[in-house]
Design a protein around this ligand. Sequence first.
Ligand code: CP
Ligand code: NVA
Length: 301
Amino acid sequence: MKPRHFLTLLDLSPQELDLLIDRAMELKQMHKQGVIHEPLKNKVLAMIFEKSSTRTRVSFEAGMAQLGGSSIFLSPRDTQLGRGEPIEDSARVLAQMVDVVMIRTFGHDTVERFAQYSDVPVINALTDDFHPCQLIADMQAYREVRGSIKGKTVSWIGDGNNMCNSYINAARQFDFQLRIACPEGFEPRADLVATNQERVVITRSLEEAVAGSHLVVTDVWASMGQEEEAKARMQAFAGYQVSPALMDLADPEALFMHCLPAHRGEEISHDMLDDPRSVVWEEAGNRMHAQKALLEFLLSH
Ligand code: CP
Ligand code: NVA
């Protein structure tokens, strides 16, 4: 039987995603109460990181340990992947030894090719195009604080990057409206915008995007792999900053999220993370709970 993979939010149905968030909240409570829950005893997760990470690595590694399993950190620097062993071969080899594989890489086609050749579930832990693990944590954080996001309005401010693309998928799967404010030339993937026209609008105006919104989200101006463009991007994105004053235009109950790491003075003002509307620390913590629910799900299907 072919395993289930999690390469984008579209790999799970809206119902499955809802249940996943319920389960993530349950696992979070159990963790807080010190309940030992080890359904993945003797299971092993391989974690391939071709880009840096703090949250993703720690959340998967800690989560897997709490579920009774273990994990192996693999970087291209010291594996044959870095010396050109084909993805297709690596996928077939790892599936002989581990139960689930997590990959953070550049091109999205890398995780697609890996998954195609893998007999065990593959999780996308960030590609140039998508970051679905962050979205399940974000959706959990919204539900915990404000309840269902269905029918609400979310504003994305800044780069039409992997996080923005994932918010478009989330708008579809969790049924909300998405207003994206980005500079010209930095739009999200055109195919995603085209297939979600009834939920997604693009504007150049931050104020227009944020007016009356229930959740405001942003991310860095230059993502991993875009280091050489960083200077040009500073200019292109000047002014695309979320601040408490901008948040005042949103709904009085609006929340602020950022996948982190954040650059104060660029996409956010220096005081934004400390604003009472910011839930970034809970959001970051939820990475672990949401991914534990995901690991349970993928290893039971
Ligand atoms: N948000 C996120 O994925 O963080 P890391 O890059 O630290 O994993
Ligand atoms: N857009 C950012 C997200 C980091 C978690 C990047 O890809 O670097």
